[in-house]
Design a protein around this ligand. Structure first.
Ligand SMILES: [Zn+2]
Length: 338
């Protein structure tokens, strides 16, 4: 039996698969030898094999090296004091920390760790665990895994995010300040499909009640504007599902403002630089009125605009979900109004 692989942290067996993969990611990003070198100026004594280091044990006093690291597995073992395990176990023993404290300590060493990004990563793994969420996307015509990945679409099942973030070492107060957990301690996004954009999240409820929810009240700029702002043509749609449907159909230059009414930032973005803005709003009264009014304002600001009229009563997502294709959509672009 190999003592290095034999000393697994039993605490881990309590966690879900998602939690475990987050832990594995954390451990993978902090090699034990790097941690010891930066933390204690520890130096290996010699290299036994390509992936095997030995040196003086940082956990007990000794003069002959009996501490070894298997770098490929990122595990340590000391033949002198008999202690071993992964980098989290090392921190627990070295600093006499609890498991959550050791996680927090390691995450702070990583630097740049981002609570919102970790939440997004969690939501993305959850999407694959909840058939009802994938079904909801499929009903709206979104089923292409490449699009789902590229847009980083996830699912917030609710009642589990806080525990996950705590496990990653985030403090309760930090989590609460993020807005991801409400003051009552519950997940803000609950049973919602999640679209990340900028430092905000849009959550679409699987239920009819309160369908739209933004993590932050201020919607910020247009969706993924950083990658689109130089494009000569922009498809402006109302919602995130519309962007996804167009993306999936091969129209990657679509953006949205999270509704038919643009805020000042979003409007300013559209009128800077020469481009053609194709407005593809919902084909209902509200959508048509908003498109007409926006078109006028954009033209007054000197922008080239076309209004695309989908067949009544479709929005781009429902148009493609109902069997519309790229050829049909291109025909609609040709018939667009000024
Ligand atoms: Zn030792």
């Amino acid at each position: 039996m190999n003592p290095l692989t034999d000393t697994m942290n039993t605490v881990e067996t309590m966690f879900t698969a998602t939690d475990r993969s987050a832990l594995e990611e954390l451990k993978r990003r902090i090699p034990i030898e790097h941690y010891l070198q930066t933390e204690l100026q520890w130096q290996p004594d010699r290299r036994l094999a390509p992936y095997h280091l030995t040196g003086l044990c940082p956990l007990h006093a000794e003069t002959q090296p009996s501490f070894s690291i298997q770098t490929r597995k990122n595990l340590f073992y000391c033949h002198g004091c008999g202690q071993g395990g992964d980098v989290i176990r090392l921190v627990e023993i070295l600093h006499q920390m609890t498991f959550p404290q050791a996680l927090a300590h390691l995450r702070s060493r990583l630097g740049g760790s981002n609570l919102l990004e970790d939440a997004v990563a969690y939501y993305r793994t959850q999407l694959l665990c909840f058939p009802q969420a994938l079904q909801f996307l499929a009903q709206r015509g979104i089923s292409d895994p490449t699009t789902i990945q590229a847009m980083r679409i996830g699912y917030a099942p609710g009642a589990c995010l806080r525990a996950h973030l705590r496990l990653l070492g985030y403090h309760a107060e930090h989590i609460r300040q993020s807005g991801l957990i409400n003051p009552q301690g519950r997940d803000t996004l609950y049973r919602r499909i999640v679209f990340p954009y900028g430092d905000n999240l849009y959550g679409r409820s699987l239920d009819a009640s309160m369908p739209h929810r933004f993590l932050r009240a201020s919607k910020g700029g247009l969706y993924r504007w950083n990658s689109l702002h130089l494009a000569p043509e922009i498809l402006l749609v109302e919602g995130f599902f519309d962007v996804a449907a167009l993306w999936q159909a091969g129209f990657a230059h679509a953006t949205c403002g999270g509704g038919a009414h643009l805020n000042r930032t979003q409007f300013q973005q559209l009128i800077t630089g020469p481009r053609i803005v194709w407005i593809v709003f919902d084909r209902d009264d509200a959508g048509e009125q908003a498109a007409a009014s926006l078109s006028l304002r954009l033209q007054q600001a000197g922008q080239m605009v076309r209004r695309v009229r989908l067949p009544y009563p479709h929005d781009p997502a429902s148009y493609f979900a109902a069997g519309g294709d790229a050829v049909g959509f291109r025909a609609l672009l040709r018939e667009a109004l000024p």
